[in-house]
Design a binder for this molecule. Structure first.
Ligand code: S5P
Length: 265
């Protein structure tokens, strides 16, 4: 089924994690990755209970949870797996390779529970090997999403920088995709042309209410992002701050899934 739905993206994919994502998304008929930016463990548990069935992946910022403990986090990850979700730690690693490898360990031990992480390529391509070594160290595997664009206004990821990131990321087997700017279909179309069809593009800066968000965030519509080439919409406050997170998650799932069907037909 995933192969029919995803067409060329599936056929040209060389990454296990990308294919796992496409399978989960097809099973759940949703291209939604929830940015679970709540600051308490209770808030996170409540969220996953109410919206888990409508998501394909769960994105975390493990270091913003006030009452984090290893035990509660491990329970949370188990719940995410029970809900058939890939776990994505949005750590935005940026240091040299060997330090990034060690940062996959440490207090949060990201390597032991994450399926994917984000990284900037500002320090050079060895960061990807460092992160992959982190997973290797615990006998696990995972995938890296490189930040090729950002959704925040005034960011410094200009088109030349994007070109460099895409050129280096495209040839690295540890990179399964790129973060693109979900608030701008024009930028996404450009990015898709540069990336080709083998790797995925995941996009934050997506909301059913388009326009400016808090503190420089910008939002585009989920449908427009997918039609412009996004394979996964990353949605935070549109769901976790909604009066009815379940209904909102359903809406984002429907909008993104319908756009994918439209795109491939
Ligand atoms: O360029 C970016 C990259 C990321 S990963 N812009 C972003 O907003 N993000 C993340 O997406 C950010 O860290 C947050 O977790 C989420 C957006 O949340 P929202 O509430 O604005 O939808």
């Amino acid at each position: 089924m995933a192969s029919e739905i995803w067409g060329e993206r599936w056929a040209s994919s060389t990454s296990d994690i990308a294919r796992r994502y496409m399978e989960v998304a097809s099973r759940k008929q949703s291209l939604v990755c929830l940015a679970a930016d709540r600051r308490t463990m209770a808030g996170l548990f409540e969220l996953i209970d109410s919206v888990g069935p409508y998501l394909a992946a769960l994105k975390t910022h493990v270091d913003l949870v006030d009452d984090w403990t290893p035990e509660s986090w491990s329970d949370f990850c188990e719940k995410a797996r029970d809900a058939d979700l890939l776990i994505f730690e949005d750590r935005k690693f940026a240091d040299i390779g060997k330090i990034s490898r060690d940062q996959m360990a440490g207090v949060y031990d990201i390597r032991s529970w994450s399926d994917l992480v984000t990284a900037h390529l500002i320090s050079g391509p060895d960061i990807v090997d460092g992160l992959q070594s982190g997973w290797d160290d615990v006998g696990r595997s995972g995938g890296v999403l490189l930040l090729a664009q950002m959704s925040s206004r005034g960011n410094l990821l200009n088109p030349n920088y994007t070109d460099e990131v895409v050129a280096k990321g495209k040839s690295h087997p540890g990179v399964f995709g790129f973060i693109g700017n979900g608030s701008s279909p024009e930028e996404l179309i450009e990015l898709r042309l540069k990336v080709g069809s083998e790797k995925l593009i995941w996009t934050p800066g997506v909301n059913l209410v388009v326009g400016d968000g808090e503190m420089g965030q910008r939002y585009g519509h989920p449908r427009d992002a997918v039609l412009a080439g996004s394979d996964c919409i990353i949605v935070g406050s549109g769901i976790h701050r909604s009066d009815n997170p379940t209904e909102s998650a359903k809406e984002y799932a429907q909008s993104s899934w319908n756009a994918l069907l439209e795109r491939e037909s």
